[in-house]
Ligand binder design. Sequence first.
Ligand code: FES
Length: 561
Amino acid sequence: MDSETLRRRARAGLATGPERAGARSHFRAMGIDPARLDGRIVGVCSTWTGTMPCNLNQLELSRHVCDGVTEAGGVPLPFNTIAVSDNQSQGTPGMRASLISREVIADSIELMTHAHDFDALVCIVGCDKTVPAALMALARLDKPALVLYSGPMRAGPGNATIQDVWEAVGAEERGLMPRAELDELERTACPGAGTCAGQFTANTMAVALDCLGIAVPGDGLVAAVDLVAKAEAARRAGALAAGALPPSRTFLDRRGLLNAMAGIAASGGSTNGVLHLLAIAREAGVALTLDELAGVAARTPVLANLVPSGRHVAGEFHEAGGTRSLIRELARGSLLDGAAPTVTGRSLAQETADAPPPDGEILFPFERPYKETAALVVLRGNLAPGGSLVKAAGAGLRRHRGPARVFDSEEACAEAVRAGLAQPGEVLVVRYEGPAGGPGMREMLSVTSSVVGAGLGESVALVTDGRFSGATRGLMIGHVAPEAARGGPLAAVRDGDTIAIDLDTCTLELELPAEELRARLAEWRAPELPYGSGVFGRYRALVGSASEGAVLASTLGTERV
Ligand code: FES
């Protein structure tokens, strides 16, 4: 007897047996006829919060998913998780909560599914951390499941996005933009509900969802405000979950994760995508390394001309064929395994066979890509023996050598940049912002935008054990491992030391004799860092290296090949 049949038999006790009468009372209290409990019970998880536009349409989508489940004979049970706005917390202490929320969301989904014994799940996701969090939970649970992305925001006038607002802040600070222009951008760049309109982290992960096959290809990037098409996508997701989906690790395997990396690289996606794929791999028990992902990025040209490394936004990309055309093109170039399955029951290649061909402006054919060079590059050297990550697609410079200006927090660096202290040629070092150091590995969009907005994007580099927003551009190297708070070499850097960065040789070097570096590190003592208690203290104690996805200790060491 298969496990599904056994579950149905156990569920029959819920529907009819006297011993489960107490549980049935509460189903009756919600208007659910217990006779229906023999059907498939589908957990419908939304990551709605009313604190940000990114997930604002999800209650509505959840209702449509529930309708789809019911119409297909299942019983939907909706629930919610927390979600943190990366944009609103950017440049503040609140950003420390962002990556940590990934774990809390994953834990919430895992716990709700365990407690309520759902047969299947639909996870509705949007803002940056909610996507990997849902995938991490599904990797743990290995249940029939699919993911629905809430959809991107429309862009403002002239394709303005939130990135333009942040960079305008830097320009206004330097007197390069009148205040009135900044105010106008603030009012118009984000016209309504949806995730940030560029190929920043959320949309990067939306591309990953489609390449993993755990979402219906093409449904995710339907705009959040495109109510009819989005409702149809939601009902489709509900109906699929009430049917016969395979367990989620069918999609979250090595092939799926490598396909997702190809999609991220080809779309000029965010460095956060790499961090999240590593974390999902750990949760799924797949032994996947940073270097393997870097290898995929190295052989995958950038095919999509998308903000921030290009000109177009998610809405235009979707109109031009979007992820379906991107997947078709990647499969045609043998850059992605088109035989991989999707939640529709068809392969990626079958699902995308009729997608529009590249238009040569928003999407390019693999023979004539938008950019030949890899979008994401892993740098190693004596400053990052465990690796570091740079979004090469968004970097004007490929080589830089200059004196370090060292800061022990994001705030200290931001203050210096705003005061005009950063000089052309310098390498800004921001340390103690790693997963354990921050804690929470903050994104540094406000600092990097200030650098770019001040006209220093082509002459100043930044190196940190923290992260970057998908909207960051310039020569910004993050995820440096091991991090400074755990005694990594970044802790030994002093003002005026020379740092050499080379994207072609994939190196990040502190020009210091090995014995001098060793001596400095031997002298180093861990500083007192803030946020030592509560969820932050617990996270600091348990979190692992960024080069392994910054997952918690309970997940590390569980890989199966
Ligand atoms: Fe939520 Fe950009 S801040 S998607």
